[in-house]
Design a protein around this ligand. Structure first.
Ligand SMILES: Cc1cc2nc3c(=O)[nH]c(=O)nc-3n(C[C@H](O)[C@H](O)[C@H](O)COP(=O)(O)OP(=O)(O)OC[C@H]3O[C@@H](n4cnc5c(N)ncnc54)[C@H](O)[C@@H]3O)c2cc1C
Length: 437
């Protein structure tokens, strides 16, 4: 029967970091993965370029992790986004910063990141077993004692780090196996739901495919905590612009109309909130709006239009948006595209600008968890020590990565959470294995 000091189950982003940090403490570490290769999801991330972290402030980082970002405070005090950057740069991987603080390897290849992690791990003498799925975790008298492989082999260790991922993109190996192991140690699994997933809609522009493929740059998408059924699009836009409604979340980024609904960064960020809103309220649809000119006040919009008052409405709207979008707004406003702006009466230009600032959408669901980028929900953070990532219920059991009830927006926040929790779990798993000897 093989024995190690620390067993890390899962060789993805968090597991590799956990293994490195455990091995750096001088203990015998095993990484075991069901896949024939390590880091499959890491290789897909950031469109194959691996958005390795985000160069931002601590508070912004936490804000961009809407699923329990605050749980990471004490972990970030020990290892944060700057430490991730230093980790790679210190090992010869040049990184570059792109928009919104997103950090990528200069090579634009996730292989550079994965290769470095594997290299460091190998130099530290970590044992790696591939194509070896774990069946269950072994517990005795309130502490972990090892794991059982599906092939029936028991491997013993006083510390086990669960780094087996969530349930998004299961073809990468993250099939949700570890939830059962956590449950059998008494842990609560918070409801699993898709986040960073495209939204599905029955809206007319989607059903008719009128705007299919239209992409909007730098628009503000808002999810409202209100039901607006029975109102026309123009009435919804008016309500949103002139009444004090509660916004659940606002994201100013790009978005795109698809054949099934809405996608693109702003929508992906809103999607987890939509899912939770629909679950919490039981409503069939969530109401969202797009502000197509979010950097301009109503007065500024009107001043631009006034400057072009001789021009047709379509020409003026094209100042802020693609033609197909402008046509859709004019249809919803009941206005003719060829009408010169100067001919509009007050109520008409108010209606027009309401729709520019609050073009309404609905969503009845997001794509399923398997198609989302990130799993919402997971092992309850209430039952995990935030300074060590150790289970509060079972000694020697550690959690890290997407398995935990932590989810961030795209932009490097999930890999950051995985690297940070992996680092803390790995170090502490090693230290507690000394104590167990
Ligand atoms: C397409 C895509 C793009 C993404 N892009 C980004 C991005 O740019 N930036 C960002 O921050 N985040 C991104 N993410 C999210 C990010 O990649 C993940 O949150 C992160 O990699 C999760 O790391 P993890 O270690 O928790 O899990 P994973 O990386 O999923 O690793 C889990 C490992 O556990 C193994 N495993 C599972 N069950 C068993 C078992 N029974 N026995 C043995 N091994 C098992 C799996 O084979 C897998 O190797 C993206 C996700 C996807 C799907």
């Amino acid at each position: 029967m093989e024995k190690f000091d620390v067993i890390v189950v899962g060789g993805g982003s968090s597991g590799l970091m956990a293994a490195i940090n455990a091995a750096e403490q001088g203990v015998r570490v095993l990484v075991i993965d069901k896949n024939p290769k390590l880091g499959r999801k890491l290789l897909l991330s950031g469109g194959g370029r691996c958005n390795v972290t985000n160069r931002t402030t601590r508070s912004e980082l936490i804000k961009h992790i809407p699923g329990n970002g605050k749980f990471l405070y004490s972990a970030l005090n020990q290892f944060d986004q700057e430490d991730i950057i230093a980790f790679f740069e210190g090992r010869g991987v040049a990184l570059k910063e792109e928009d919104h603080g997103r950090m990528f390897p200069v090579t634009d290849s996730a292989r550079t990141i994965l290769g470095t992690l594997i290299d460091v791990m190998n130099k530290l003498g970590v044992t790696v077993r591939l194509k070896d799925p774990i069946d269950s975790v072994l517990y005795e008298a309130g502490r972990v004692v090892g794991v059982l492989t599906r092939a029936g082999e028991r491997i013993l260790a006083p510390s086990v780090v669960l780094a087996a991922g969530g349930r998004a993109y299961p073809r990468t190996g993250a099939e949700g196996d570890a939830y059962a192991w956590a449950r059998s140690a008494g842990h609560t699994i918070e409801r699993l739901y898709p986040t960073e997933a495209p939204l599905l809609s029955h809206d007319e522009v989607i059903v008719t495919k009128a705007l299919r493929g239209v992409s909007l740059r730098d628009v503000a998408v808002t999810l409202w905590d209100v039901q607006l059924d029975g109102l026309s699009a123009a009435e919804i836009a008016h309500t949103v612009c002139h009444e004090k409604l509660k916004a659940l979340t606002i994201h100013q980024m790009d978005m795109i109309f698809t054949h099934f609904g809405y996608s693109g960064p702003a929508i992906l960020r809103a999607s987890g909130h939509v899912n939770q809103y629909l679950h919490r309220t039981g409503f069939k649809e969530a109401y969202l709006t797009i502000n197509l000119a979010p950097n301009e006040s109503r007065e500024a919009l009107m001043a631009v239009a006034e400057d072009m008052r001789e021009k047709q409405l379509l020409t003026i709207l094209k100042h802020w948006m693609p033609e197909a979008m402008a046509e859709s707004i004019l249809t919803l406003a009941g206005l003719d595209a060829t009408t010169p702006y100067k001919q509009l009466v007050h109520v008409e230009f108010e209606r027009l600008f309401d729709l520019v600032q609050a073009y309404p959408l609905t969503a009845y669901e997001s794509q399923p968890i398997e198609k989302g980028f990130v799993t919402g929900g997971g092992v309850s953070t209430k039952e995990v020590n935030p300074s060590t990532m150790e289970s509060r219920l079972t000694q020697g059991l550690y959690f890290c990565g997407e398995l935990l009830d932590i989810n961030g927006y795209t932009g490097g926040y999930n890999i950051t959470a995985a690297f940070v929790t992996g680092t803390i779990a790995g170090r502490n798993a090693a230290w507690s294995s000394f104590a167990a000897e």
